[in-house]
Design a protein. Structure first.
Length: 197
C-alpha cells in the first residue's frame, strides 16, 4: 500500500473512529457525493481529503495523541488547524508538519493553549452541530462550502462564500448561538484569492 493511500485510509478511519467497514464505505461515499456539489468540485475535495489524511498521519507518527487533540479542516488547499496543545514547541511542530504536506497552500494557526473540560468539549460539539444545522436550513447559504470547528466557545469557520451577504449570514448565525464567545473566519468570497475580512 502506498504511503499516500495509507495516509488517506488513516485519515478516514480517524474521522469515523470505531465504525465498521460498511460505515467507512458509506461515509467515504457520502463525502464524495457531497464533494461533487461543492464550489471546489470533486477533484479539489479529493485533494483536500488527501491533505487532511496526510496531516493526521504526520501528527500520529510524531505523537499518537495529537490526532485526538488537533483538527485539520482543509478547503482548497487551505488548512485550518484547531485544537489544544499547551506546549508552544508542540504547537510549532504541529504547524510545521502541516505545512510540509504536499499541496498545502496556507495554514491558519488556531491552536489554543488553554485546556478544556468534558463540559466544554460537549458544549463545543453542540455549538458546531447547531451552527451546521442552521446553515443547512438557510436557503441563502450554501452550507456544504463550510467547515466548522468549535474550541472553548470559539467558532472557527473555513470555506467559501458566494457573496459578502452569504458570509455575513454565516457570521450572524454563529454569533446568535448561546455560549459562543468569538467567531473567527477563514472564508474566501466569490473569486477572492485571500481570506475574507
Amino acid at each position: 500500500m502506498s504511503s499516500r493511500l495509507r495516509a488517506l485510509c488513516l485519515g478516514l478511519s480517524l474521522a469515523v473512529a470505531a465504525c465498521g467497514p460498511t460505515d467507512l464505505a458509506v461515509t467515504a461515499g457520502s463525502r464524495t457525493a457531497v464533494a461533487t456539489q461543492e464550489e471546489r468540485g470533486l477533484g479539489g475535495a479529493t485533494t483536500d481529503l488527501g491533505i487532511e489524511a496526510a496531516i493526521f498521519d504526520a501528527w500520529f507518527r510524531h505523537d499518537h495523541t495529537w490526532p485526538g487533540a488537533l483538527t485539520a479542516d482543509v478547503y482548497d488547499g487551505r488548512v485550518m488547524v484547531t485544537g489544544i496543545l499547551p506546549d508552544p514547541d508542540d504547537r510549532a511542530e504541529a504547524l510545521r508538519l502541516a505545512w510540509a504536506v504536499r499541496d498545502v497552500e496556507t495554514v491558519y494557526n488556531e491552536i489554543q493553549d488553554d485546556p478544556r473540560g468534558v463540559l466544554d468539549t460537549g458544549r463545543d460539539k453542540w455549538i458546531s452541530a447547531k451552527l451546521s444545522a442552521r446553515l443547512t436550513f438557510d436557503a441563502e447559504v450554501y452550507s456544504i462550502n463550510y467547515r466548522i470547528t468549535t474550541v472553548n466557545g470559539v467558532v472557527y469557520i473555513l470555506g467559501h462564500a458566494r457573496s459578502r451577504t452569504e458570509r455575513d449570514r454565516v457570521i450572524a448565525h454563529a454569533r446568535d448561538i448561546e455560549h459562543v464567545r468569538r467567531v473567527i473566519l477563514h472564508v474566501l468570497i466569490g473569486a477572492e484569492t485571500g481570506p475574507a475580512s
